[in-house]
Design a protein around this ligand. Structure first.
Ligand SMILES: [Ca+2]
Ligand SMILES: [Ca+2]
Length: 242
């Protein structure tokens, strides 16, 4: 009798433990924290322009959006960027307006910016060897969008056209390198000059929003100049918190 009672109590304890474990697992999956790291892995020697001058590869502060459903809240390939806030992001590395406008997009759960390089107390560009890092909370079904500027350009930006799923179909969190999902895009708002040389590019222009304006649709860069392959200069990783 005694042994039977003990085994029944044990079974109940195991059942409760198993239930709590399952509940905890589900709860943590509903709101899991991810760390997003955007690292400039380009060579510190930089690139050589047609006039022989060296220029460093750098990226600007950027925007992120955690989103559910279809569409891209930050940019739309094949559409005009006018009025979306993309111009300030792509021309001057200023993401606030884009985030403000993106918050009207159906399906947006969270929007934010990343502006301070790791270890820096002030906003600024990420130069060779440096990185941006930020954390987001997300639940299954959510995906991530990012934008940030190619610093030595008129209106070029990096971004993922399609959302990056933060969980797989089984609800397991994404963990790894997602750089290959990012492209270099032309916002279509300012005429391109040679990268690292153009006087109307962010590092050299006298004030933001300077340069010959253009009215093209957002699309792949086609200007005859040479650009580094994205995976040669950037490493973007997503790591779930334990
Ligand atoms: Ca352009
Ligand atoms: Ca400019």
């Amino acid at each position: 009798m005694k042994a039977r009672k003990i085994s029944m109590v044990l079974a109940a304890v195991i059942a409760i433990a198993a239930f709590s474990f399952t509940t905890l697992g589900q709860t943590s999956r509903k709101g899991m924290k991810f760390k997003v790291r955007i690292e400039n892995i380009s060579n510190a020697d930089g690139f050589t322009a047609s006039n022989g001058m060296k220029w460093p590869f750098a990226i600007s502060p950027g925007a992120y959006s955690i989103h559910r459903g279809s569409g891209n809240p930050l940019f739309k390939v094949g559409a005009y960027a006018g009025g979306t806030g993309l111009a300030a992001q792509a021309e001057d590395g200023i993401p606030e307006m884009l985030i403000l406008r993106a918050s009207n997009h159906a399906g947006v759960l969270t929007n934010g910016t990343f502006k301070n390089p790791v270890g820096a107390s002030m906003p600024g560009p990420v130069t060779p060897g440096a990185a941006f890092e930020f954390e987001v909370m997300a639940s299954p079904g959510a995906h991530l969008f990012l934008t940030f500027m190619f610093g030595q350009s008129n209106d070029l930006f990096f971004g993922n056209e399609n959302g990056i799923d933060l969980f797989d179909k089984e609800g397991m969190p994404l963990n790894g390198d997602v750089t290959s999902q990012f492209g270099l895009w032309d916002a279509g708002t300012e005429v391109n000059e040679e990268p690292g040389v153009g006087l109307n590019q962010a590092p050299r222009q006298k004030t933001p929003n300077t340069g010959m304006s253009e009215k093209k649709k957002v699309g792949p860069v086609k200007d005859g100049f040479t650009y580094p392959a994205t995976t040669d200069v950037l490493r973007i990783t997503i790591t779930p918190s334990a």
